[in-house]
Design a protein. Structure first.
Length: 281
């Protein structure tokens, strides 16, 4: 008697993962594309060597404790193309996340003022050997939340912004955080947990102000928007509706709207012209 081939009935957990992945494909992936595309057209992009988005999707799709960058990225320094490819194809284990791991744990923006201050066995220095590590200075890690909450109310992804070495713009960190925050707002995304009760000032302004105070010799104007020439605009898409939120293994239980810092201050050189390429698998 021939053995019949029966597919195992999906477990509730697997069904939830399938629903999440479908929701990601429908609602989140297109917004990540818009986020990077709009960011590429902003003035602050001149100072970015790499902008890429990290997700926990391999935990669901591959059953491995690793994070991978999305294939689409903003690449301002062609010498770092191999760095991005390694991040997207091989990923980083959870034990090598470095400061980025703190974003998943706390939901707070993380800024490292000098990449060279990080250990060589953690991201991003583990993929930037030798002179490549000298091509970046500040590393900025920004959490990404879904304002609608239909997919998850925790951190869905982390936006990694690596600042070019040689940027003279002392406001580059504050501008980058503020710009990404504005773009997220227009896409019904958020830099801080919109589902947690907060009494703090608006998320983008507080994060940007904290970044400017910690990373600059001068302080950003308190309580006001960035200068007009630094304005970051984005067209708002149609609102998205749908199913109730799904719990995720990386969801943050509580989030505070602040910045955590690592490394030492520094940075010199001139702002360079932008050389951007958008790559998609």
């Amino acid at each position: 008697m021939a053995a019949s081939q029966l597919s195992a009935e999906p477990t509730p957990q697997n069904q939830q993962h399938m629903a999440f992945l479908q929701g990601w494909k429908t609602h989140i992936a297109p917004k990540i594309t818009q986020l990077l595309t709009v960011l590429a057209g902003q003035e602050v992009a001149r100072n970015l060597a790499v902008a890429q988005v990290w997700t926990y999707l391999p935990v669901l799709t591959e059953g491995r404790q690793i994070l991978k960058a999305e294939q689409l990225c903003l690449l301002g320094d062609g010498e770092l193309r191999g760095f991005h490819q390694g991040c997207a194809q091989e990923g980083v284990t959870v034990s090598q996340l470095g400061p980025m791991g703190k974003v998943w744990e706390s939901g707070a923006v993380q800024v490292v003022q000098q990449a060279q201050s990080l250990s060589a066995d953690v991201h991003p220095c583990n993929r930037l050997p030798g002179p490549l590590s000298q091509r970046i200075e500040e590393c900025i890690y920004v959490p990404l939340y879904d304002r609608t909450g239909q997919l998850s109310q925790g951190v869905l992804a982390v936006v990694e912004l690596l600042v070019r070495a040689g940027s003279h713009d002392y406001m580059v960190v504050a501008d980058a955080i503020s710009c990404v925050s504005h773009i997220m707002d227009s896409l019904q995304l958020s830099i801080s947990n919109p589902h947690a009760a907060q009494t703090a000032p608006p998320k983008g302004r507080l994060a940007a102000s904290a970044a400017a105070r910690g990373g600059a010799q001068q302080q950003a104007p308190a309580g006001g928007p960035p200068p007009a020439k630094r304005a970051c605009g984005a067209a708002a898409p149609a609102a998205v509706g749908g199913s109730p939120p799904l719990a995720m293994p990386h969801s943050s239980s509580s989030v505070r709207n602040n910045c955590a810092w690592g490394g030492s201050s520094g940075g010199n050189g001139g702002a360079l012209g932008r050389s951007i390429s958008m790559r998609q698998f």
